[in-house]
Design a protein around this ligand. Sequence first.
Ligand code: KIV
Ligand code: ZN
Length: 516
Amino acid sequence: FNVEKDQVLIFDTTLRDGEQSPGATMSLSEKKEIASLLDEMGVDIIEAGFPIASDGDFEAVSEISKIIKNSRVCGLARAHRVDIERCWRAVENAKKPRIHTFIGTSPLHREFQVKLSKEEVLDRVFETVNYAKTFCEDVQWSPMDATRTERAFLIEVVRLAIEAGATTINIPDTVGYTAPTESAEIIKNLFSEIPELGKIVVSTHCHNDLGMATANSLAAVEAGARQVECTINGLGERAGNTALEEIVMALRVRQDIMPFSTNLDTKRLIQASRLVSTVSGFPVQFNKAIVGKNAFAHESGIHQDGMLKHSGTFEIMKPEDIGLNETNLVMGKHSGRAALRKKISDLGFNLGDNQLQDLFVRFKTLADRKKEVYDEDLLALLADNSMKTNDEFLQLIDLEVKCGTNSPQTAKATILMEGKSYTVESSGDGPVDAVFNAIKIIFPHSAHLQHFQIHAVTEGTDAQATVSVRLEEAGKMVTGQSSDTDTVVASAKAYINSLNKLVLRRMKKAPEAVAN
Ligand code: KIV
Ligand code: ZN
């Protein structure tokens, strides 16, 4: 990397740290779709997964490595030879591969997690970074829980990692414990004690447990860090990671006090936010900075009045800057392909011909059932489209439901499971219960339904319903989502989507088995 003095590299870890959040499991095709968008947006490094965690993770990193055109593709590995080699096998086909290896360095991590003395940690770091270098020139190393590591030991271990060949040193605030002044001070101290740091890239990786992840990352940048690790929508373990959109827009809006640039095309931010929210099943809070539904909404009279006179009165950035284009055009059954293409592009999406054709067919079906198709309807269709893939374990083929005042309600479902079709009938306490019971006969499981939520996409009785289903099995959580004008069909598809994710989740090792 040849980083200009004022350039900040964006390292996205939505597919690794983001996917580690409970319930955010993503399928291979979903991961590929997100990775391609990150690549198009100008993300410098994509952390695509943790190859040793499961065969699915390995495959995802390996497949992503093959399709990414510009970004570097990185895989995570613990400080073990087997992890590092597995990681290399997953990224070796990338145009620009990177191995990211880490070990816990704080007293708590040394004693309880890795169970190694300081000396042993030092030996392990030297050995594993050296080993990673035998495969790959680009090696990133992280002292996990760096912000709670004794400063003198942090300096010693970072120095050694550089000596062993690390080309990026990442300083994680693993538990979201630091604060801006301390974050800056840690980075400055490392620069002043280790002159060799000036020749490589220093990175910051913050968690948001105290709501300071973005502030801590920016403080690290001001102190000399030139790589920020972040995720779309701040997705991540517990309270999440630094939000990519916040870093990129803060650097753009406050050029006057933070004169740093990124390679990011900010006009794709809203698209990325929507895609990650759909795929992970994690809604974006309404007042989320930059990408929340209300981030550009002005409700109070004084604000609306000011906005009409000059948008600068209450707006520090424009909706268009993040790809939000206001459109008043309501679509209907007479709207053609060209209108749909224009509308989709105004909404911030860039679809290929096949994707557009598929969407057009589904748009026509919707327009036959619903007089007016609003932006929200199209976004729900797009979201549903991104979930529909051929690599699904279970697929809904047909559904018939009998419901009404006379119980029991019954459902007849035809489902394709691993390519074979099954039809079953079942009854239940209401139509959704009957459908879920039928699906459970075809795919028996012991997962517990934790959350079932229906949300009307627009107003009106003909509105589409978006259904979210969260399942829990042996402490593992998954979330599925789907939309349809028929609420029961949307429920069936959301349930199937969550079961498909459960199948993927079962293949992953428990986080504690891969954490140290
Ligand atoms: O938070 C953390 O410490 C991590 C490391 C693996 C970099 O995610
Ligand atoms: Zn992390």
